[in-house]
Design a protein around this ligand. Structure first.
Ligand code: GLA
Length: 346
C-alpha cells in the first residue's frame, strides 16, 4: 500500500523581499498542491506526471545541484539538508504530480521540497521542516531564498492568511473575510534561478552593514544610506514591513478599501524601489485596478515575472476581464491547510 505526501503552493498577499532579513510576510497556502505517492525503498526513485525523466539516486546523496533531470535536485536537496542535521532520510519509490503551476511564482519548488521531506520520513516541528526545505533550495539552486514559501507550505491554515514574523517564526492566522476572493493571474513564466534575486539579497545585506537590521530600522534611518540604489532597496524593505502590519490590521477589520490601497502601494514599492516588477506586470496591475469589485492587485513573490495577486469581491468579473487582456488563466484560489502525510492503515 502506498503513502501520499501532500504539500500546497502559496500566494503572498503582501510582504515581498522581507523574509530573508527577518521581516514580516502575509502569505496563504493555496488549494493547489504537489503530491508524492510512494512506498519505502532502499534508494530514491521518482517519476513525474508533469516533467520528463526519471529521478534516481542513492542515499546519502553527495551533491544535489548537479542531478539530472533537474527537477530531482529539489528532492535530492531535501535529502542532503536532512543529512546535514543528522535526520536520516528514508528512501522511497514513487510518483510526483502537481496542480501548482510551475515557474509561476506560486512556490512549486517549495511544495515539492515539503512533500519530499514528508516522504523521506522527516519528524520535526513545522518551522524545522520549513528550515530544512529552505536549505534544500539553497543546495539545489543558486537562489538564497528566505523561509516564507516553505513555512507557508508546512503551516497553512484553511480560510486564513498567515502573518509570519520571519525572525521569531511566530505565525498569526488571519481569516480571509467572507465575500472576498483571492485571484492569481500568471503574467509571465520565469524561474528565480539565474535572476537578480541573489543580487537583491546582497543589496539588503549591504544596507544592513550600514544601518543595522532592516527588520528594526525606520524609514528615517534608510535616508542615511549613501548609495542611491541600496537606499531604495532598504526603503522598500522597511516600508513593506510597515505595510504588512497595516494590511493585517485592515484585513482583520474587514476594511477592504485600506487592504487594496496597501496592495497598490506595495506593488509600486517593488516596481520603483526594489525593481523586481516588469512593464507587463505594471500594466496588468493597472488593468485589473479598473475592474469593478477589485479592491487591490500587486505582483507577488520573487518577481522578474510570475503572477499578480488580486483581492476582489466574489462576483467581480476577473476571469472575463482577464480574457479581454490576454491573461486567460486567472485562477481563484482558496486558503488551504498545510502539508500532510496519509499513511495506509496496517
Ligand atoms: C521567493 C523566495 C521567498 C521570498 C520571495 C519574495 O518566493 O523563495 O523566500 O524571498 O521570493 O518575497
Amino acid at each position: 500500500m502506498s503513502s501520499v505526501a501532500r504539500a500546497p503552493g502559496r500566494v503572498n498577499l503582501i510582504g515581498d523581499h522581507t523574509d530573508y532579513t527577518g521581516g514580516l510576510v502575509l502569505p496563504m497556502a493555496i488549494d493547489r498542491e504537489t503530491t508524492i505517492t510512494f512506498t519505502a525503498s532502499p534508494h530514491v526513485e521518482l517519476t513525474s506526471r508533469d516533467f520528463d525523466g526519471h529521478v534516481r539516486f542513492d542515499l546519502p546523496i553527495a551533491s544535489a545541484s548537479t542531478l539530472q533531470p533537474s527537477w530531482g535536485r529539489y528532492v535530492a536537496g531535501v535529502a542532503a539538508a536532512m543529512s546535514e542535521r543528522s535526520m536520516a532520510p528514508i528512501g522511497f519509490s514513487g510518483t510526483v504530480a502537481t496542480t501548482v503551476p510551475i515557474g509561476g511564482g506560486l512556490s512549486s519548488s517549495a511544495a515539492l521540497e515539503v512533500a519530499a521531506a514528508l516522504a523521506f520520513g522527516i519528524e520535526a516541528d513545522l518551522a524545522t521542516i520549513a528550515a530544512v526545505c529552505r536549505r534544500a533550495e539553497h543546495l539545489a539552486t543558486s537562489v538564497p531564498c528566505g523561509i516564507m514559501d516553505q513555512l507557508t507550505s508546512t503551516a497553512g491554515v484553511k480560510d486564513h492568511a498567515l502573518l509570519i514574523d520571519c525572525h521569531s517564526l511566530d505565525i498569526t492566522p488571519i481569516r480571509i473575510p467572507d465575500g472576498v476572493s483571492v485571484w492569481v493571474v500568471p503574467v509571465s513564466a520565469r524561474t528565480l534561478d539565474g535572476s537578480e534575486y541573489p543580487m537583491r539579497v546582497a543589496q539588503c545585506a549591504a544596507a544592513e552593514r550600514e544601518i543595522g537590521p532592516l527588520r528594526s530600522a525606520d524609514l528615517a534611518g534608510t535616508n542615511n544610506i549613501v548609495d542611491r540604489v541600496i537606499r531604495a532597496r532598504a526603503r522598500h524593505v522597511v516600508s513593506e514591513n510597515l505595510r504588512v502590519r497595516a494590511f493585517a490590521a485592515a484585513l482583520a477589520a474587514n476594511d477592504l478599501h485600506d487592504v487594496g490601497k496597501i496592495m497598490y502601494e506595495g506593488h509600486h514599492s517593488l516596481s520603483r524601489d526594489f525593481e523586481t516588477s516588469t512593464p507587463a506586470m505594471d500594466a496588468a496591475v493597472e488593468h485589473f485596478a479598473r475592474i469593478p469589485g477589485v479592491h487591490g492587485a500587486r505582483m507577488t513573490g520573487g518577481g522578474f515575472g510570475g503572477c499578480l495577486v488580486i483581492l476582489a469581491d466574489d462576483d467581480a468579473p476577473i476571469a472575463a476581464g482577464a480574457d479581454s487582456d490576454g491573461h486567460s488563466d486567472a485562477m481563484r484560489v482558496r486558503a488551504a491547510d498545510g502539508a500532510s502525510l496519509d499513511t495506509p492503515l496496517s
